[in-house]
Design a binder for this molecule. Structure first.
Ligand SMILES: [Zn+2]
Length: 647
């Protein structure tokens, strides 16, 4: 609980790997005991509350991160079910404690009396009061009790939803004939039976290349249907329970919907604001989506040599025919990129982009750590000018059973200049050992972008560190970097990190750039649908998750496929992105505006440094609008976004 500034840290953060499940239970018990003790001190203290009270609260946040941060990573990556389950159990206990803590009226009353000394304190103070108020500190005891029960139930339901997706054991068998067209590299790691059939799971690294390349429609359909059943009916029930409890929670606070309840604290202030934004985007993408689909339908008719008016596009056709169009019209085959982007070199490449832009060095830690899996490793990030250690990055690159199936960044330990504490983050992805496509390289850079936000942040309070920004801003810094991979000047950095790697042929990249905008209509429409669905599900009218989805997806040009259940695997809205999915489109508007500063040179160290100093360093201690104003030298606007949409 000591908040005194510490001497600068020179050794990387040591990731604590628990020996077994009972070690986690013990850690958890110690954490809760210490938090209770800290809480009692805060409530009993009779000195007039000053800014040291905010520091003490942040010390509790840091103490919580010390234990809960690594456990949050382990739930996603530990090969041991006992460890994953124990970490989940600890999270439930912690959430139960946390619900009660934020209802502590004595602590709340003292925080309320604090007179913030500057803007950073004021923002932290206001955010803290919001947390107390959203936890029901001002409600009657019976309602407080109900809020706690609901929060406990929400934690358990979200965990169950995510567990079913992560621990899915669906395996499908395909003959080599059925897998015609699928690149051999994708199948290399697949188990085969005595008859030579391949066993495929539902990892993204397998599913997407098969959907893009398998020439047999029945193969694509079978895999698509399995993938769109991830989570199953059990998760649909869980999602229904989650939305019902979120609605009840919002109502306890006098809010008409859960969306309104959470949006009060976002850049978009209300459900109506988000609806207005989605309506403005919808017109711009609808026509474009229809045009994209017509191109795909024509390509299907051409390939199957059948009349256009008898050709119907199925959902499992879009990825496949998009690839055909990219190859036929733009001569681009994403698979061709794998040989130029070996997995390890790709990781070094995204590091190098950041090194060039932000004046840092990312390198393997001098002393290797024993982590949760032999393939996970530790990197340090240091400042080139001061040589000071800035933070620690853990990387887990390849797919394996029971591992989180997507790509994400865990910002699990936040910086605090107040405490002399350095940040640590974990980059968890699932790239193919056969190398990356250009799309996958873009994803890797995006996720590492969140890592930069976490590791280059220098905030006073851990509670405002790095990615602890408003949820509808958090994607912007990563989205900004996405189109860096299409710039030959940026890709030239590959030669520095991998002298033996063959450079991407200029024409291939030029074609990929030309092909990039194809399919944007379909892609944005899908994003728009997800955002609208999330908002409707968390809106004023109660709805059955699958019926609502079938109705909304049914109104799109490709319709709804009976039997498919996309919402059962929609982890974003089961977890922290509930009533927040629109944030991807919303922050893309901000990302496009940020890009305008890098038009002349995406690797400009001057602009990069200014960006690091204004946007990344400040994390959540300034409002996003203020960060953008400081970086761009003008208020942010949506001109660049609509210009890009029309491209
Ligand atoms: Zn992201």
């Amino acid at each position: 609980m000591d908040a005194a500034p510490a001497a600068s840290v020179t050794t990387p953060y040591a990731f604590p790997v628990p020996r077994n499940a009972s070690a986690i239970a013990a850690q958890c018990k110690t954490l809760l005991a210490e938090l209770r003790q800290g809480e009692a001190q805060l409530a009993q203290d009779s000195t007039p509350p000053g800014t040291d009270l905010l520091a003490a609260l942040d010390a509790m946040t840091r103490r919580t991160e010390d234990t809960m941060g690594p456990l949050g990573v382990l739930v996603a990556v530990s090969p041991s079910k006992a460890i994953r389950d124990a970490a989940d159990a600890c999270d439930r206990d912690y959430q139960t404690y946390s619900s009660r803590f934020w209802q502590n009226a004595a602590v709340y009353a003292r925080v309320k009396q604090v007179q913030p000394a500057d803007d950073i304190e004021r923002r932290y103070w206001r955010d803290t009061l919001d947390t107390f108020e959203d936890a029901g500190v001002a409600l009657a005891p019976a309602q407080q009790q109900r809020v706690r029960e609901l929060n406990d139930e929400l934690t358990a339901l979200t965990q169950a939803f995510e567990r079913r997706v992560r621990e899915d054991r669906t395996r499908l068998w395909f003959t080599s004939g059925e897998l015609a067209g699928v690149p051999t590299g994708v199948l290399k790691a697949a188990r085969r039976d005595a008859r030579g059939r391949y066993r495929l799971g539902l990892q993204e690294a397998t599913v997407f290349p098969v959907l893009e390349n398998a020439t047999q429609p029945a193969t694509r359909e079978r895999l698509w249907r399995a993938y769109l059943s991830l989570g199953g009916n059990a998760n649909l029930d869980t999602l229904a329970a989650l939305t019902q409890r979120r609605r009840e929670l919002a109502q306890l606070f006098g809010q008409a919907s859960y969306a309104d309840f959470v949006l009060r604290h976002r850049m978009a202030h209300s459900e109506a604001d988000v609806q207005a934004f989605l309506a403005a985007v919808k017109d711009a993408v609808r026509a474009r989506e229809l045009a994209d689909l017509e191109v795909l339908r024509a390509e299907k008719a051409r390939q199957l040599n059948q009349p256009l008016d008898q050709t119907v596009l199925a959902r499992w056709d879009t990825a496949f025919y998009s690839e055909r169009v990219r190859r036929a019209t733009y001569a681009v085959d994403q698979e061709q990129f794998r040989r130029y982007f070996p997995a390890e070199a790709s990781l070094r490449f995204v590091f190098r982009v950041a090194e060039r832009l932000f004046g840092i060095t990312v390198e393997p830690a001098a002393a290797p750590q024993t982590l949760w899996h032999p393939e996970a490793r530790t990197y340090t990030v240091t400042d080139n000018d001061t040589k000071a250690l800035l933070g620690t990055l853990f990387v887990d690159l390849y797919p394996r059973d029971y591992k989180f199936n997507h790509a994400a960044l865990w910002s699990f330990r936040n910086v605090s200049t107040l405490a002399g504490r350095q940040p640590a983050a974990a980059l968890i992805v699932n790239v193919s050992r056969q190398g990356l496509t250009l799309d996958e390289l873009e994803t890797l850079l995006h996720e590492f972008g969140h890592g930069l936000h976490a590791l280059l942040s220098k905030t006073r309070y851990a509670g405002q560190g790095g990615t602890n920004v408003q949820l509808d801003f958090v994607e912007a810094p990563s989205q900004m970097l996405e189109d860096w991979v299409y710039d030959p000047h940026v890709l030239a950095l590959f030669a520095e990190v991998c002298p033996t790697c063959e450079p991407v042929p200029k024409p291939l990249l030029a074609q990929a750039r030309a092909a990039r905008d194809f399919g944007k209509g379909m892609q944005f429409s899908r994003q728009h649908l997800y955002a609208s669905y999330d908002l409707a599900l968390h809106g004023r009218e109660p709805a059955d998750p699958l019926m609502l989805w079938a109705q909304m997806e049914g109104a799109t040009p490709l319709g709804h496929v009976p039997g498919s259940m996309f919402p059962a695997g929609f982890e974003h809205i089961a977890g922290g992105y509930a009533a927040g999915y629109y944030g991807y489109l919303w922050s893309l508007v901000l990302a496009e505006d940020l890009r305008t500063a890098f038009v002349a040179d995406r690797l400009s160290p001057t602009v990069g440094r200014r960006y690091r100093d204004t946007v990344l360093e400040n994390g959540g201690q300034l409002a996003p609008g203020e960060l953008l104003q400081r970086f761009l030298g003008r208020p942010t606007d949506s001109q660049a976004f609509f210009k890009a949409l029309a491209r």
